[in-house]
Ligand binder design. Sequence first.
Ligand code: GEK
Length: 243
Amino acid sequence: MAGDKDNIYAAPLQQMVDFRFDERVVSVFPDMIQRSVPGYATLISNIGTMASRYVQANSHCYDLGCSLGAVSLSLRHAIQQPDCKIIAVDNSQAMIAKARDVLAEDEPSLPVELLCADINAVTIEKASVVVMNFTLQFIAPELRLALIQKIYEGMLPEGILILSEKLAFDAPQTNQFHIDSHHDFKRANGYSDLEISQKRSALEKVLIPETLSQHQTRLQQAGFSFVEKWYQCFNFVSMVAVK
Ligand code: GEK
């Protein structure tokens, strides 16, 4: 899934515009996400491994906010149960177009239905596995509970939701420690201070992180019986919630 090197924020920008998942981002996306999200490859492979334990025969697996389909590929290679379908959804037309090419290059062992749609408007049904890998953070906070409730309602008993998010922390010192550590991670991956600060400004109104306890409370409120954080590196976490 190779692409170009991400240098979108390398030169000084006269005017900062909010971050969008457009064609320019799509062309650098694999490089951008690898160099920006600590443990991204570990998350992708373990999502497949975990899903293979929870997936049920004759059920649906959802990859919500699929971007170029990395989660769908991991699920496709890990799932052994018969009669499953993966449904991958993203509201960026450019992402879906490229994801279609990426998935076509892969073994079509399991069907993947690609939908260009807002995940707030998509029907969730017969789901044994639902993955939101760094997507909920882009949904308006006031819509998040309804979305999690809809997912819960559309899941089969004992189904699993895997939710990865960038976190905020209540304690200012803790918050700053994780932000600084993440910026050091990006610097170590070749991003300049200018790139880090311009990207941060572009994301400010678009990516709204919440605390771990806000996520846990919402998942429990929606009805999930088991909620557990299984991964953390700096301010990036992944949780599981079982129905
Ligand atoms: C991965 N999961 O590689 N409806 C549908 N898609 C949306 C919406 C929405 N309302 N809002 C944002 N998106 C992927 C990475 S990226 C995370 C996910 C990141 C989509 C958006 O178009 C983008 O493709 C994705 O969510 C978030 O594992 O770039 O930090």
